[in-house]
Write a protein that binds this ligand. Structure first.
Ligand code: M6R
Length: 614
């Protein structure tokens, strides 16, 4: 959580920081702040509860000069979202300012010690404790800012990405990270810092991803130097960004979420481009080629993820077990890591993550690594931490996803799961040639089928209009469409704040059926396939209790159309592809309901895109 930025160079820092914070606002948006420095002794901090725009309004008319600066957009962990708890935080003597993303777990013990030594704290944050600790070390040991930071970081536990300035060292920025991301952009005699590359890409494509427990010392006169917190010199490894600036703009859409829903044909095409060929009858995931044997022979595959990515893992479980006949377990990363799971040497652990930075997923991966498992990553953000700590993996290639509610990241994750299952099935000879070829053809046809489905957007908006005032909603699905019910419910909850639950359709009669009355919309996936008749029975049970039924049906369906209050047709396809297509109407329903309820679609309350705290 939280986004941090920094700049040092010849440009005016303020516009760079504000633009950068706006790009990072998806990471947290309850308060924002900046620190600017022109020369020695001139260190100004402006911070405000609210969004980056509230900060911009606040600083209107104030002194925003300076070629050096840092900024922060917050997702509160310690202390309410208010002006005082907003970052940057000053040291007690006003010499140092610091922005921080992460959690200092032992802040309370350090704070008590510092209070005994006369420090007075203004905020409730763990960050203020860290900047006071740095000040304490700097003043008592008469060391430079970087040395004080280094010593302090050896005393703290937890996660941090920090950027600090001292008004006595106006040509220098110090940054460090552990378990929270930090990227350094290398310009011509200028440097950018950010939680991810999105604020940097318009200025330079050359970046250094700081590794855990590394400290960057950026000096306007001497350039970039990296040391470890144990004081060893590290050579910066400069990489080139592949990201394009246009990917970060709304491109004429009202919201990033809608743009990202519409990007799905392209995103899915990118996720399988060069990895499968229906005409030639092959599938190959380059990133995991060296591990194919290992995965195909695994006793068990354990998928770990959070939120929407966990739903993609659940679909993956259906795919892999059905097609490749390897046992799969899907675990919430946050539970898995704390329950001393049994991991055998022949197990393969797959982490699924859009951001590649989710703290729980990362921690679960580290634990699995300690237990000797082979680690694979299915990740969207190129160069992210999960992509670097896993033994191998495949990028989903969805492109930057800015809307907090995951859309194209999810459908590309499911696409990757399908490809993995197909690749394993082929290798293990658990799929017939005919089915394999059908699946290859259906995968290739998927982008155009999604395009066709997106043509129903206005019609789906009409359905959303009818249910926009619902208090509750139930989502149902069977088999591999059950996780899509969960995902549909999550989408509705997170952006429109309507309570929604996802259930396996057959489970409804074991409890949730009690909720059904004439005010309860029930969203059901009732496409043609093995479970069709069973689902038809389930929806009859809904109608018998006067529930309002919105059904996703296969094009040409008659039976369900006659029962449901509203139906949405999806193009006919193999049953395995249905979950990907069926996701899209639920995304659009949630989107339109949220817009009609005047909710902040791209930045829903209390949420953040990248959850880098546990
Ligand atoms: O970046 P990750 O995929 O690891 O993130 C996991 C969840 O935080 C994320 O999917 C979250 O549930 C989204 N808000 C869902 O739309």
């Amino acid at each position: 959580m939280c986004g941090i930025v920094g700049y040092i160079g010849d440009k005016k820092a303020y516009p760079v920081l504000i633009k950068g914070l706006s790009r990072l606002e998806y990471r947290g948006y309850d308060s924002a702040g900046i620190a600017l420095m022109s020369n020695e002794e001139d260190l100004r901090v402006y911070k405000r509860q609210g969004k980056v725009q509230d900060l911009v309004d606040f600083v209107d008319g104030m002194d925003i000069e300076g070629n050096v600066g840092i900024g922060h957009t917050r997702w509160a962990t310690h202390g309410l979202p208010n002006d005082v708890n907003a970052h940057p935080h000053f040291s007690g003597d006003g010499d140092i300012v610091l922005v921080h993303n992460g959690i200092i777990e032992n802040y309370d013990i350090i704070k008590k010690e510092l209070i005994k030594r006369g420090h007075v704290f203004k905020s409730e944050t763990d960050t203020e404790v860290l900047v006071h600790l740095i000040e304490d070390i700097k003043n008592n040991s008469t060391v430079s800012l970087e040395e004080a930071v280094r010593i302090a970081l050896n005393e703290v536990h937890g996660a941090y990405a920090i950027v600090a300035l001292s008004k006595h060292e106006p040509n220098k920025i110090i940054a460090a990270k552990k378990s929270s991301p930090l990227v350094i952009g290398m310009g011509e005699d200028e440097y950018y810092l950010a939680s991810d590359a999105t604020p940097i890409v318009e200025y330079t494509k050359n970046v250094v991803y700081l590794e855990d427990e590394q400290i960057a010392i950026i000096d306007r006169n001497n350039g970039l130097r990296i040391i470890s917190i144990s004081n060893k010199e590290v050579s910066p490894y400069v990489q080139e960004l592949e990201m394009q600036l246009e990917e970060l703009e709304k491109g004429g859409y009202d919201h990033f979420m809608l743009k990202e829903i519409y990007e799905q044909p392209r995103a899915i095409h990118d996720s399988f481009r060069g990895r499968l060929n229906a005409q030639e009858g092959w599938i190959s995931l380059g990133g995991i080629r060296d591990f194919e044997e290992r995965i195909a022979e695994a006793n068990r595959i354990i998928i770990i993820a959070c939120g929407t990515s966990w739903h993609a893992g659940l679909v993956g479980e259906y795919y892999i077990e059905d097609l490749a006949r390897i046992p799969v377990e899907v675990e919430y990363a946050s539970e898995f890591r704390y329950r001393n799971p049994i991991i055998r040497p022949n197990d393969v652990v797959i982490a699924i993550s859009q951001s590649g930075e989710t703290a729980d997923t990362l921690a679960a991966l580290k634990m699995a690594k300690e237990k000797g498992a082979t680690l694979l990553g299915i990740v969207n953000v190129v160069g992210s931490t999960i992509s670097r700590v896993t033994d191998a993996g495949s990028y989903t290639h969805a492109g930057p996803e800015i809307g907090v509610a995951s859309t194209k990241a999810f459908t590309t994750q499911v696409t990757l799961m399908a490809m993995l299952a197909m690749m394993l099935a082929k290798k293990r000879k658990t799929v017939t040639e005919e089915r394999f070829n059908t699946l290859l053809n259906e995968m290739e046809a998927l982008p155009s089928k999604i395009e066709k489905l997106l043509e129903s957007n206005d019609y789906i908006r009409g359905i959303a209009e009818i249910y926009k005032d619902a208090q509750n909603a139930l989502y149902l699905g069977r088999g591999s469409s059950f996780p899509i019910a969960l995902e549909g419910a999550l989408k509705l909850k997170e952006i429109s704040y309507i309570h929604a639950e996802g259930y396996p359709a057959a489970e409804m009669k074991h409890g949730p059926i009690a909720l059904i009355d004439e005010n309860m919309p029930v969203f059901v996936i009732a496409t043609k396939g093995e479970n069709y008749e069973k689902v038809v029975s389930n929806i009859q049970e809904v109608k018998a209790r006067k529930g309002k039924l919105v059904a996703i049906v296969t094009q040409g369906d008659v039976t369900v159309k006659n029962i449901a209050d509203h139906y949405i047709e999806i193009p006919d396809t193999d049953e395995m592809i249905v979950p990907i297509l069926a996701t899209i109407p639920w995304q659009l329903i949630s989107y339109h309901i949220a817009v009609m309820r005047e909710c902040n679609v791209d930045q829903p309350r209390n949420l953040a895109k990248s959850v880098t705290v546990e």
